[in-house]
Design a protein around this ligand. Structure first.
Ligand SMILES: [Zn+2]
Length: 116
């Protein structure tokens, strides 16, 4: 920390010392509730917009909701009407919904999720 190393060199020198601590605290992250929250907020915003004077005379029939498969890096979207969204407990893109789906979780291996 005397300025003789670049930030990258300092990080490279310090990182091995903290790796065991960082690895111990790195568990699997379940993104499904996060995506559900994102979709709930989006649906509430759309409902507010549709109820406002700014709503167009002919509103879109469907809206793009986030896939709730929980896969890391999943950015798939599913087109649903608000009614369809409100009647489903989980939004899953067709390509992300096999019955027994697995995804890699880096250093902790693979998690398999039994599909209902
Ligand atoms: Zn997905």
């Amino acid at each position: 920390m005397d300025g003789s190393r670049s930030p990258h060199e300092t990080l490279a020198a310090a990182e091995p010392s903290f790796a065991p601590i960082l690895d111990a605290n790195r568990g699997p992250v379940d993104m499904r509730p996060v995506r559900r929250w994102e979709n709930d907020v989006f649906a509430a915003n759309v409902r507010s917009w549709l109820a406002s004077p700014d709503a167009p005379a002919e509103a879109p029939a469907a809206y793009a909701f986030a896939c709730e498969c929980g896969g890391r890096g999943c950015s798939a979207q599913v087109e649903l009407t608000l009614a369809d969204y409100e009647s489903t407990s989980q939004v899953i893109a067709t390509e992300h919904g096999p019955r027994d789906w697995a995804w890699p979780l880096g250093s902790v291996g693979t998690v398999r999720i039994p599909w209902p």
